[in-house]
Design a protein around this ligand. Sequence first.
Ligand SMILES: Nc1ncnc2c1ncn2[C@@H]1O[C@H](COP(=O)(O)OP(=O)(O)OP(=O)(O)O)[C@@H](O)[C@H]1O
Length: 347
Amino acid sequence: MANEPIIEADGLTKRFTVKKKTVEAVTDLTFQVERGALVAFLGPNGAGKSTSLRMLTTLIPPTSGAARVVGFDILRDPADVRARIGYVGQLTSGSFAQRTRDELLSQGAFYGLSRTASVRRADELIESLDLAPFATRSVQQLSGGQKRRLDIALGLMHAPPLLFLDEPSTGLDPQSRANLWQHILDLRATYGTTVFLTTHYLEEADRYAERVMVMDKGRVIADDTAAQLKANLAGDLLTFGFADETDAAAAVAVIQRLTDREVRREGASVILTAPDGDALLPAAVRTLDAAGLSVRTATGVPPTLDDVFLALTGRTLREAGEGEPAEDEETDAAASVEEKTTTGANR
Ligand SMILES: Nc1ncnc2c1ncn2[C@@H]1O[C@H](COP(=O)(O)OP(=O)(O)OP(=O)(O)O)[C@@H](O)[C@H]1O
């Protein structure tokens, strides 16, 4: 059991019916997550990230497919799954009138913790998530970043081995985002919690996640470490500058002999992307020099995950998100009601 993946999804698919039209939000989602991992689900608006999370957390049933989460089947044993996971959705605790610490104690009671256990856990989380200065303040008075930290504390009151976070840092300023991430990393180091989160912030997925699953139009289109994704799918952008277009045209032929990537000229510059840019850049400069072509400038820019997304889909993440329709209405009323109830109680 200990070596069993903490998440095993097998062909999860979710379709919604909106105004008699079918929207396939998630198609054939199949993956596993090992215990202790930090996985980011990255994709533009409408890619299907939240829907995937909502299925894995038993908030909505899949149209087809299956999944085991913390050893339990999401359809057959939803209560067992819920008892062992923390879920922090996109809604924040912002409107609660209770004080921060009392909010945590209520959550403890909701999970069936004894008063003593609740107090101990609440104080522990207040400490780890840096909430002590606001513990007796009403939740409404907290800043966006403080509320988000409280949300995470609420999701961790019952010490779940697995925490799902849906866009934890959206809407926060860069400093609060960095601070929140530090807390997520610290929690993981302290409690060994497996963290599975969604984000559309490329830099966050790149910097903090050990594994990045890229989602687009309901499908996972890449799944690896950020470094591997960038090396395999994008590559460094190399640019060489010359005195004039004639030199640049001659340089294209020289550089092309060093790589099987496409080398192209733009004005007096030569441009290419290559996975081994660090080695290719000086080698190309030496070869060009030996060929009597004087290089005026040479730059290498490492790729971003946006370059990966572009290489995979032909669109940048920003463009992909902009194409999304506005809010759709769900016609699956039962699923909708179920989610509201659970999220309301679970916060
Ligand atoms: N309850 C629903 N009823 C109808 N359609 C829905 C519902 N929830 C999601 N969808 C549709 O399913 C698709 C995937 O949505 P989802 O919210 O999972 O994407 P996302 O990647 O989480 O986006 P975001 O980053 O904006 O949260 C979208 O086309 C969305 O409009």
